[in-house]
Design a protein around this ligand. Structure first.
Ligand code: UFG
Length: 332
């Protein structure tokens, strides 16, 4: 039965624990003394990214995790998802099935087995083009892409499952996650994110970086985002697990509250890497809002969360260290 008192050592299923954010969270959960079973189908994750100390079961988040839950778990952290905005627009079925159907099946399995707690990876993309900045959790949710629409649909489902069935649930709406934690970092086969792409220029794997639009209504004309260190994000998951309350679904934005433009990010990468990083201006990328900055006041107040790694050069430096370590370990 759902409970309001979180045990200090929890038995947890982490779906997507072989991915970027999932692996960092798993590492932090293990350090905090929790017992973690990672379920990942390795469609975008990597088996060698599953942290030591975690049990690893390869397979589909709903199918495998759903069966495992019968063994009795204190909670699920559900990271496994399709998360490429561009791909979600040309292959929506992949996102409605991969995100919404899978999550519904997982929710049903949690209900069947009486798993009391859920922490879900939601996204800033649920808000769409913001009317005001910074974005609070009460802002209208009008996603401009299928990815955001699927995450919002799951958020709605979680709300009703929590109310009807007593689930203790928290959705964390990530803004732009960056940085690395030791050997756990961002390594997508299809890379679309700004910082890893810029770092590929610094490693010599890419000649230059493209700036998607310099005619936005921002100080330097390039788009502004809120970059949050992946370890700060992970810490919020641990706090969310402790604070989840039966019958409630709480939603928190996670960002630093400071926006950096694409040009500022490239400059920070130049500083962190010592590489000149050539950049060229290209057309805007479809669907990109001009400015996305989080208000994380709710997370700070309700969870006692405080991001510690807010310096952009420091965030990039951690991603750069991770990139270099991988390059040394796997020379081309
Ligand atoms: N950008 C470039 N050049 C590149 C890549 C990106 O100029 O080569 C720009 C983008 O246009 C955007 C900014 O850099 O203005 C950041 O782009 P990312 O792709 O790194 O991140 P997004 O802000 O597009 O996406 C992030 C998350 C998504 C989430 C979204 C919320 O990665 O999962 O925020 O809107 F949906």
């Amino acid at each position: 039965m759902p409970t309001d008192t979180a045990p200090s050592r929890m038995k947890l299923v982490v779906t997507g624990g072989a991915g970027y954010v999932g692996s960092v969270c798993t590492a932090r959960l293990i350090e905090a003394g929790h017992e973690v079973t990672v379920v990942d189908d390795l469609s975008t994750g990597h088996a060698d990214a599953v942290p030591e100390g975690a049990r690893f079961v390869e397979g589909d988040a709903a199918e495998v995790a759903g069966t495992l839950l019968g063994q009795g778990f204190d909670g699920v952290l559900h990271f496994a998802a399709k998360s490429l905005v561009g791909e979600s627009m040309h292959d929506p079925g992949l996102y409605w099935h991969g995100n919404v159907v899978t999550s519904l099946r997982l929710l049903d399995a949690m209900r069947t087995h009486g798993t009391p707690r859920l922490v879900f990876s939601s996204t800033a993309a649920t808000y769409g083009e913001p009317e005001t900045s910074p974005i609070t959790e009460t802002a209208p949710t009008r996603p401009t892409n299928t990815y955001g629409a699927t995450k919002l649909a799951i958020d709605h489902a979680i709300t009703s499952y929590a109310r009807a069935h007593g689930l203790a649930a928290v959705s964390l709406r990530y803004f732009n996650v960056a940085g690395a934690y030791g050997r756990y970092g961002e390594r997508h086969t299809t890379e679309t994110h700004l910082i890893p792409l810029v770092l590929q220029v610094a490693t010599g794997d890419r000649a230059q970086v493209q700036i998607f639009g310099d005619d936005y209504p921002t100080d330097d004309g390039t788009a502004v985002r809120d970059y949050i260190h992946v370890t700060d994000l992970a810490d919020a998951h641990l706090l969310a697990l402790e604070h989840a309350r039966s019958g409630e679904h709480d939603i928190y934005n996670l960002g630093n509250g400071t926006g950096f433009s694409v040009r500022q990010v490239i400059e920070a990468c130049r500083e962190a890497t010592g590489h000149p990083i050539p950049a060229v201006v290209a057309p805007r990328r479809a669907g990109d809002p001009a400015v996305l900055v989080a208000s994380s006041e709710r997370a700070r107040t309700a969870l006692g969360w405080k991001p510690e790694r807010t310096d952009l050069v420091g965030i990039v430096a951690d991603a750069w260290q991770f990139t270099q370590d991988r390059k040394d370990a796997n020379p081309a």
